[in-house]
Ligand binder design. Structure first.
Ligand code: SF4
Ligand code: SF4
Ligand code: SF4
Length: 260
């Protein structure tokens, strides 16, 4: 499984990763919404570099091994790929934003500027680069290899080697190795990174388990709403499919093969 390792002791805050991500994903100008979180992420920014306790810390989707966003989505618009990336299919998305509520890192953002809003987040450059045998744009762009790409096992070994070579520099753990069941974006850091998970210290239990528990106490009216949205989605999809099939039917009928 592929992964990204970010060593915040190496990051110089140049923002080349952010620039490369913006260009590769064709992202537009940022908009200053009143309700926008101050972590630099938005529907137009899939990664950001935060300043904390004298360090630069890159934020992006963690590509969880057991992603809460995937388990919360009622129509399968989010998917964990075998390569490790968690990707999103906007043709399936209902716009319910359950994924945004479920994510323990507060990553997915809503495309408020669009009349048909979708959810946006880092996809590990899955279609633009990964499936073409290339590494993500952000890791390639980093001039000091503060953020690197590779096999998750190899990056974990590299991270452990750095900690053992320099135990006074790092906290003695690889962030993302175990939290919420493990993530494909790992960090080495001399400071706690709770601010990346909305101030919560996360334990090792995968989030989907908790999502299920949370769903168990959701009032039936909300579950009914989910079912209703699922029904509406099914009707829309069916209508779209039928519309697509119509021209083909007309062509069949015009060659005289019709029964009528
Ligand atoms: S960090 Fe959030 S959006 Fe990214 S895979 Fe995990 S649950 Fe999904
Ligand atoms: S992996 Fe790709 S989409 Fe994700 S932050 Fe890096 S450049 Fe952006
Ligand atoms: S490109 Fe590398 S050094 Fe520059 S901000 Fe991004 S992670 Fe840090």
């Amino acid at each position: 499984m592929k992964a990204i390792l970010t060593d915040i002791t190496k990051c110089i805050g140049c923002n080349e990763c952010v620039k490369a991500c913006t260009e590769t994903n064709g992202l537009g100008e940022e908009r200053a919404y009143r309700w926008r979180a101050d972590d630099g992420l938005s529907s137009e920014r899939y990664t950001s570099v935060l300043r904390k306790k004298g360090f630069h810390v890159r934020k992006q989707c963690r590509h969880c091994l057991e992603p809460a966003c995937v388990s919360a989505c009622p129509v399968g618009a989010l998917k964990k790929t075998p390569e490790g990336a968690v990707i999103y299919d906007d043709s399936r998305c209902l716009g319910c934003r359950y994924c945004m509520m479920a994510c323990p890192f507060g990553i997915p953002r809503y495309l408020w500027s669009s009349p048909v809003p979708y959810v946006r987040k880092c996809t590990m450059c899955y279609t633009t680069r990964l499936t073409r045998g290339q590494q993500p744009a952000c890791t390639e762009a980093c001039p000091v290899e503060a953020t690197i790409f590779g096999e998750r096992d190899a990056l974990l070994s590299e991270a452990r080697r750095r900690i053992s070579d320099n135990p006074r520099l790092y906290l003695p753990k690889v962030f993302g190795e175990h939290e919420v069941g493990g993530t494909a974006v790992l960090y080495l850091s001399p400071i706690e990174l709770d601010f990346l998970s909305l101030g919560n210290r996360l334990d090792e239990r995968p989030m989907p388990e908790r999502t299920m528990l949370a769903m168990a106490v959701v009032p039936p009216v909300f579950l009914g709403m989910g079912a209703l949205m699922g029904g509406i989605y099914w009707v829309i999809e069916r209508r779209r499919r039928l519309q697509k099939e119509k021209p083909a039917e007309k062509a069949d009928n015009s060659d005289g093969s019709s029964d009528k």
